[in-house]
Design a protein around this ligand. Sequence first.
Ligand SMILES: *[C@@H]1O[C@H](CO)[C@@H](O)[C@H](O)[C@H]1NC(C)=O
Ligand SMILES: *[C@@H]1O[C@H](CO)[C@@H](O)[C@H](O)[C@H]1NC(C)=O
Ligand SMILES: *[C@@H]1O[C@H](CO)[C@@H](O)[C@H](O)[C@H]1NC(C)=O
Ligand SMILES: *[C@@H]1O[C@H](CO)[C@@H](O)[C@H](O)[C@H]1NC(C)=O
Ligand SMILES: *[C@@H]1O[C@H](CO)[C@@H](O)[C@H](O)[C@H]1NC(C)=O
Ligand SMILES: *[C@@H]1O[C@H](CO)[C@@H](O)[C@H](O)[C@H]1NC(C)=O
Ligand SMILES: *[C@@H]1O[C@H](CO)[C@@H](O)[C@H](O)[C@H]1NC(C)=O
Length: 753
Amino acid sequence: MKMIGVLVILVIILVFTSPPPPPESEEFGPVFVREPDDVVFPLDSDEKKAVMHCEARGNPPPTYSWYINGTEVDAEADYRYSVIDGNFIITNASEITDYGKYQCQAENSFGTILSRDALLQFAYLGAFSGKTRGGVSVREGQGVVLMCTPPPHSPEIIYSWVFNEFPSFVAEDSRRFISQDTGNLYISKVQPSDVGSYICLVKNTVTNARVLSPPTPLTLKTDGEALRFIAPLHFPTSVLAARGVTVRLECFALGNPVPTITWRKINGNIPKKARLRKSQAVLEIPTIQLEDSGTYECKAENPRGGTAFKGHLQVYTLPQWVKMINDTQMDSGEKLQWECKATGRPRPTYRWLRNGLPLKSQGHVEIVNGDLIVHKVQQTDSGMYQCVAENKYGAIYSNAELKILASAPVFVPNPIRVIATLGKDVSIECKPRASPKPRIIWKRGDRRIQPNKRIMLLRNNTLRIVNSSRADEGSYVCRAENQLGSAEMTAILSFVLPEAMRVELSPIRVEVTVGESVVLSCKATHDTSLDVAFQWFFNQKPINFQQDGGHFEYIQTHINVSETSVILSILLKHAGKYGCRAQTSADTVFAEAELLVRGPPGPPGVVIVEEITDATATLSWTRGLDNHSPISTYNLQARSPFSLGWQTVKTDPEPVTGDMESAIAVELNPWVEYEFRVVASNAIGTGDPSAPSRGVRTKEAVPSVAPVNVSGGNGRRHELVISWEVGPLQAFLCSKTKTTNLQKPSGSGVWII
Ligand SMILES: *[C@@H]1O[C@H](CO)[C@@H](O)[C@H](O)[C@H]1NC(C)=O
Ligand SMILES: *[C@@H]1O[C@H](CO)[C@@H](O)[C@H](O)[C@H]1NC(C)=O
Ligand SMILES: *[C@@H]1O[C@H](CO)[C@@H](O)[C@H](O)[C@H]1NC(C)=O
Ligand SMILES: *[C@@H]1O[C@H](CO)[C@@H](O)[C@H](O)[C@H]1NC(C)=O
Ligand SMILES: *[C@@H]1O[C@H](CO)[C@@H](O)[C@H](O)[C@H]1NC(C)=O
Ligand SMILES: *[C@@H]1O[C@H](CO)[C@@H](O)[C@H](O)[C@H]1NC(C)=O
Ligand SMILES: *[C@@H]1O[C@H](CO)[C@@H](O)[C@H](O)[C@H]1NC(C)=O
């Protein structure tokens, strides 16, 4: 069994996620813009110049040098070398002198960085040896291997075989197989049609150059029959491939009858994406993944027997960054800790470079599991740092600049004005630009400030004064000093009085209808450092929200602007003045709003009977409250001994509109005692009635209708019982003399005299 890993040139595209270029004036160490890539240089190219690219930016602009196999190249020493804009150019490049690993180095005054390795290879394809090839003679049914024996070449070549004459190619099938590993042509069982001349054709995968071998003639022997047999081919047992490439595993056997080939994976399944090619002889696994690693078995069988081969496929991955390092600025004396982390299979190892040279744990530098720690960084630690993560298949670089700042203290701006609220706490910052960190002292005038209970020096150099008073007004000086110099900043502190609190009650005047709700908001604008408490009043009396909960609700929102609300399910009695009092420890403010309630009118004033006839009464009254909605009509009502309570009476005019204050009740009955009252209505409803007028009797009159069904009789001795019936509410005179004996008066019934 033969297993072949197909080499795929993996192009690694590095994405440079470098920060945007800093402003022109800012100086910084070199940063690669382009690093050299692996190059396969065709030897037969006209151009005769191999170029390895490299570009870095930096301020000042970087200079370049190159390394071959880890040794610096002296570009002057060899006339074939030149370095132009960082690119390394080799004229008349050849494999013998120039094959190798190339690295570019970029350097400026801030430091040096080394690029990744790039391999310079050459592509070429030599000629087959011109020697005539001997013929091969086999019995029919026998197996045969025709050797290609390719000429020198680089990198890979593709093999095919020409049968008899170009361009007639050997077609692969279950009987014939061309190994892309050895280039040999395998015919498992020769047939008469195989007789002819065979030429191996090889093609360079980079240059596409092709060359043909001398022909090998194949003839058939006639001396007897071929035996049945099976002959396995010998294959390598281990294949190594990078994740993502396509892997081809080859397996073939000679035999009579032609062997069949089957594949399986030990302890697993052949990946679904895998395909069988060339009549089962090739198992092709595209974009292999780590889980495709394992042992694969191929079995060749014919009736004579069978034979199985095992091969191990191993998948590796190049290192890939998980955590990279970034440019860092520090004051000297601080601790630097850089972590760099990558994945890969095998697991990557780490090493560090400073300015292109290996960095080891030594002195204040410590390297632990790939992390770099520099205790108490010093000016001399500045430079370009690189973390390299590598396994045996490749290395990746993460680069960063370490700047150790060095400057005498500078204050910008200076002096500063600090305006604070009297009585509050005051903080005055002191933040000079300086490196290393300066020592700070605060002064008032010439005297150094000694911290006490009220004046404090915070760790971050801020001067803090609590419970400020007028006496604290004036100049304060912060003095900063380090090895490189000193500077002073003046802060001029002055005070303003605390801002007075304001409250705003809204709406300030509102009209609502009975049953509706309203929200009154009380906003207090106040000093945010103070807590505010609210109290509500109705007509100067504090509202107790627990007690009046059915009608009032209290909500508080916000912190600096506080809000209080009253929600009322309004009754007429809720009309009035609502007050909001906001109180802080410093201040109390009060605001008042007016709530008007629209409701049915109140009762009209007293009703006076101005004039009375037998059927009419002239009434007058005074207006009652309209409760904020104009009175639309009045309703006049009367009550008499003969009526069922209060009844509406006809009036003149009809209807009685809200602007009137008198009207005539008509169609009254004569000689009846009446009381009158008035009820007002507006758009919202009908109000309570006025108090009744005093009783008045209408004048007598001739009955307009005679009693009916008058009858007599049935009395006791000395009695006459007369019965009659009258219409409703019709009063008339029956007997003026015997009224004292009148009993049970009613609209219809029996009068006993
Ligand atoms: C190119 O290199 C070959 C050998 O590598 C040498 O024979 C030849 O003279 C060189 N040509 C030039 C122009 O340098
Ligand atoms: C670099 O190293 C490789 C492998 O060790 C070697 O074949 C090649 O000749 C070297 N190249 C040069 C220019 O020294
Ligand atoms: C480095 O910078 C990149 C992007 O600017 C950020 O995603 C990453 O977290 C940084 N690494 C560290 C260690 O700060
Ligand atoms: C200084 O420290 C105090 C208290 O820790 C903090 O409130 C203040 O914001 C700090 N000031 C500065 C400039 O960092
Ligand atoms: C600040 O003043 C308040 C009231 O005036 C007082 O209660 C408090 O103790 C004072 N704090 C200090 C640190 O003096
Ligand atoms: C209250 O705070 C808000 C944001 O939280 C701010 O926009 C507003 O100006 C503040 N109002 C006052 C009076 O401080
Ligand atoms: C008078 O009496 C008769 C019989 O009792 C009755 O039918 C009639 O309706 C009565 N008339 C009136 C006006 O009550």
